[in-house]
Design a protein around this ligand. Structure first.
Ligand SMILES: NC(=O)c1ccc[n+]([C@@H]2O[C@H](COP(=O)([O-])OP(=O)(O)OC[C@H]3O[C@@H](n4cnc5c(N)ncnc54)[C@H](OP(=O)(O)O)[C@@H]3O)[C@@H](O)[C@H]2O)c1
Length: 246
């Protein structure tokens, strides 16, 4: 089966890093965004570019239909759509909460559903990697909305991995801490804010999207062939260790 990967949120920071590494490893790519201009800025005329909104069933069907019409059968999915909506629970507006659920959980549900549906139709194994967050693993102030959405993503990953394991479809997630991408621009917007964010992590510093992309590409590759139903943290120790405070 030809190595074709679908990268959603491909105009974003992580999406571009994953797409770059997949292309360098010989994958043929389908890249998606809601904004065709941003896709063209990022990729020129490379790859099959599809403008669609992954947070609706119609959007995800469109992606798989256009791919099929171009004879692209994706066997790997890197779902890089999502946002970070911060704010204390009692202050979060209904619209911000719904946007957070839509970008993070509902998009993951519909995109994974369309992807595994296409694999089942083609009777083909494949692999998907979704993106959770350290905030789903450990309580972090003002992260209630994104924590709830990403915890849903983790449940989706385990359930779907169980459903499709017997057909050779692997489904995993990664759970990063803060990364230097547009989604984190507000949190990292000034030098003092950046230093304060970096100090929250046992391994000091701010991660790059390329570091997470490396793990995601590995999970999609043959090297990850025995891994499914897992959520892999890459959060500089944030959710699992508490070093001595000096
Ligand atoms: N950066 C961090 O610190 C961090 C930390 C933990 C988890 N994450 C997760 O990492 C993933 C990648 O994000 P990123 O850091 O690369 O951010 P990013 O550069 O903002 O990319 C995310 C992409 O998601 C799409 N998107 C955002 N809101 C959407 C909505 N309401 N409906 C549909 N699509 C929407 C946008 O694509 P278009 O506008 O092009 O359609 C955007 O380019 C996300 O799941 C994010 O939650 C990031």
């Amino acid at each position: 089966m030809e190595k074709v990967a679908l990268v959603t949120g491909a105009a974003g920071g992580l999406g571009q890093a994953v797409a770059g590494k997949l292309a360098a490893s010989g994958w043929k790519l389908i890249v998606t965004s809601r904004d065709g201009e941003r896709l063209a800025q990022a990729y020129g005329d490379s790859h099959l570019q599809i403008v669609a909104d992954c947070s609706s069933v119609a959007g995800t069907r469109l992606i798989l239909d256009v791919a099929k019409a171009h004879q692209f059968q994706p066997v790997a999915l890197a779902h890089c759509v999502g946002n970070i909506r911060l704010g204390a629970l009692h202050r979060m507006s209904e619209s911000d909460f719904m946007d957070c659920l839509s970008a993070n959980l509902i998009s993951a549900f519909h995109t994974l559903s369309a992807f595994v549906g296409a694999l089942k139709d083609a009777n083909t194994p494949g692999a998907a990697v979704l993106v959770s967050s350290a905030a789903a693993r450990i309580g972090t102030p003002n992260h209630e909305a994104v924590a709830a959405a990403k915890a849903g993503v983790e449940g989706l990953v385990r359930g779907a991995a169980a459903t499709y394991a017997s057909t050779g479809i692997r489904i995993n997630a990664v759970a990063p801490g803060i990364m230097d991408t547009p989604a984190a621009a507000r949190i990292l917007g000034s030098a003092p804010a950046r230093e304060a964010a970096a100090r929250q992590y046992p391994l000091p510093g701010i991660a790059t999207p390329e570091q997470l992309a490396e793990l995601m590409v590995w999970l999609l590759s043959e090297s990850g062939a025995r891994v499914t139903g897992q959520v892999w943290s890459m959060d500089s120790g944030f959710s699992s260790i508490r070093p001595l405070v000096k």
